[in-house]
Design a binder for this molecule. Structure first.
Ligand code: ATP
Ligand code: MG
Ligand code: ZN
Length: 357
C-alpha cells in the first residue's frame, strides 16, 4: 500500500528535523547533561514537527545506543517509531479530553516503566483538554513520578491556562523556511528516483506556508501524475496562473488599457482561476516589483527564478513606487472586502478600473 510522503519521511533523529535548530540544541544539551524537564509544552503552527520531536525526545530518553541518542535504529527506537513501545503513550486530547481520561492517566502514571527507562506521555492538541481535565492534570505535572516525562503539544498555547504554562518548559516551533524545505524535497525526489525542476520545488515550498506536512502533501499530489515534476504541473495543481498573466495585467494598467485588463482578467477566470486567489497573487506580483525596485539582491527574498526576476525588473522600471504602493493597498483592501461580498469578481473589476486611471 502506498504510504503518504509525510508519513514515510518522518524524521527519526534530531539531525533530520528541519528548521528547528534552536529547539534541537536545547534538547540535545539536556539529554547529554541529564537535565531534561518533567514537562514540556511544544507550541507552533501545524505541520512544523511538534509530534515528531516529541517522539524523538521519547526515543532519546529510552534509546539503547552507546553513542548519540536517539540512534533511530536500535530496537527501542524502532519500537517507539512504530508505536509498539509500552512506555511511550500518545494521547489525542481532541478525543480524550475529559476529566475521567485524565484520572485514568493519573493512576497509570504511578506504575514504573515496563520496557524502557522513562515513561513518556505525549498529549497532542493539548488545548482541547477541558478545564476540569487541565486541573486534574496539574497535580501530576507538578510532581510527576520520577522516570516520567510529559510532552504537551498544541497549535494554540493561548488557550491553555497559566497554571499549565508555568509548570512546563515551553518550546516554540518555527515555520520552516522555503529554502530549507525545497532542499529537502529535492533529496526526497532523488531518493524515490524521480526528477523535478528546482522552480517546481520552490513553488511547492512557497505554497506550504512554513508547514512541512503541507509541503509534503502537495509534493505527493504532484507525484501522483508521474515522477517528473515541472513548474507547470505544480501551477496546474495549484490552479495558479503563471507569472505571465500578472505581467500582462500589470502592463495593461500601466498603459491605461482598461479594456485589455478587464479582458485578461475575464480570461483568467474562464480558465478556472478563483477571483480572490487571483487578486492575492497579483498583489504578490506588485510586492515583487517593489522589492526588485528597492533591493540589490531581490532573489534572496523573492521566490522567483532569476529569469522571472529579470522580466519583472523590466516592468518595475516603468512603474514608480507610489503607483506600486497604491496598487498593493487597493488590492489588499479589495481582498478584505471580497470576503463579505456576493460577487468578489465585481469588486476586483472595480479595483482594475481604479488602477487603470
Ligand atoms: N521540522 C520538520 N522537519 C522535517 N519534517 C517535518 C517537520 N515538521 C513536520 N514534518 C513532516 O510532517 C509530518 C507531520 O509532522 P508533525 O506531526 O510532527 O507535525 P505537528 O507539528 O505535530 O503538526 P500538528 O499541529 O498538525 O499536529 C512529519 O511526519 C514529517 O514528515
Ligand atoms: Mg502533531
Ligand atoms: Zn536508539
Amino acid at each position: 500500500m502506498y504510504q503518504a510522503l509525510y508519513r514515510s519521511f518522518r524524521p527519526d533523529t534530531f539531525d533530520t528535523l528541519l528548521g528547528q535548530e534552536h529547539i534541537v540544541r536545547i534538547l540535545k544539551n539536556q539529554i547529554k547533561n541529564g537535565t531534561w524537564g518533567h514537562a514540556y509544552l511544544f507550541c507552533g503552527t501545524r505541520g512544523t514537527g511538534k509530534t515528531t520531536t516529541a517522539r524523538i525526545l521519547a526515543k532519546a530518553l529510552n534509546c539503547d545506543s552507546e553513542g548519540e541518542k536517539p540512534c533511530g535504529t536500535c530496537e527501542t527506537c524502532r519500537a517507539i517509531a512504530s508505536g509498539s513501545f509500552l512506555d511511550v503513550v500518545e494521547i489525542d486530547a481532541a478525543s480524550n479530553n475529559g476529566v475521567d481520561d485524565v484520572r485514568i492517566l493519573r493512576e497509570e502514571v504511578n506504575f514504573p516503566p515496563v520496557m524502557g527507562r522513562t515513561k513518556v506521555y505525549i498529549i497532542d492538541e493539548a488545548h482541547m483538554l477541558t478545564g476540569a481535565a487541565c486541573n486534574a492534570l496539574l497535580k501530576t505535572l507538578e510532581e510527576p513520578p520520577k522516570d516520567t516525562v510529559f510532552i504537551l503539544a498544541t497549535t494554540d498555547p493561548e488557550k491553555l491556562p497559566a497554571t499549565i504554562h508555568s509548570r512546563c518548559i515551553r518550546l516554540d516551533f518555527r515555520r520552516v523556511s522555503e529554502e530549507v524545505m525545497a532542499k529537502r524535497f529535492a533529496e526526497i525526489i532523488e531518493e524515490i528516483g524521480g526528477k523535478a525542476e528546482p522552480e517546481a520545488l520552490a513553488l511547492i515550498a512557497a505554497n506550504a506556508d512554513g508547514s512541512v506536512r503541507d509541503g509534503l502533501s502537495l509534493l505527493d499530489r504532484c507525484l501522483a501524475g508521474g515522477t517528473d515534476i515541472t513548474r507547470d504541473d505544480v501551477l496546474f495543481l495549484l490552479g495558479m496562473a503563471g507569472t505571465e498573466v500578472y505581467i500582462e495585467m500589470t502592463d495593461c494598467v500601466l498603459n491605461k488599457d482598461l479594456a485589455g485588463a478587464l479582458r485578461c482578467f475575464s480570461d483568467v477566470l474562464a480558465e478556472g482561476k478563483e477571483a480572490v486567489q487571483f487578486a492575492k497573487d497579483w498583489m504578490e506580483h506588485f510586492r515583487s516589483l517593489m522589492m526588485i525596485k528597492i533591493l540589490d539582491r531581490p532573489q534572496d527574498i523573492l521566490n522567483l527564478s532569476m529569469e522571472n526576476i529579470e522580466r519583472l525588473r523590466e516592468q518595475s522600471k516603468r512603474a514608480d513606487l507610489d503607483f506600486i504602493r497604491g496598487c498593493i493597498t487597493l488590492l489588499s483592501r479589495t481582498i478584505a472586502d471580497a470576503r463579505y461580498a456576493h460577487r468578489p469578481r465585481t469588486l476586483i473589476e472595480i479595483a482594475i478600473v481604479r488602477m487603470s486611471r
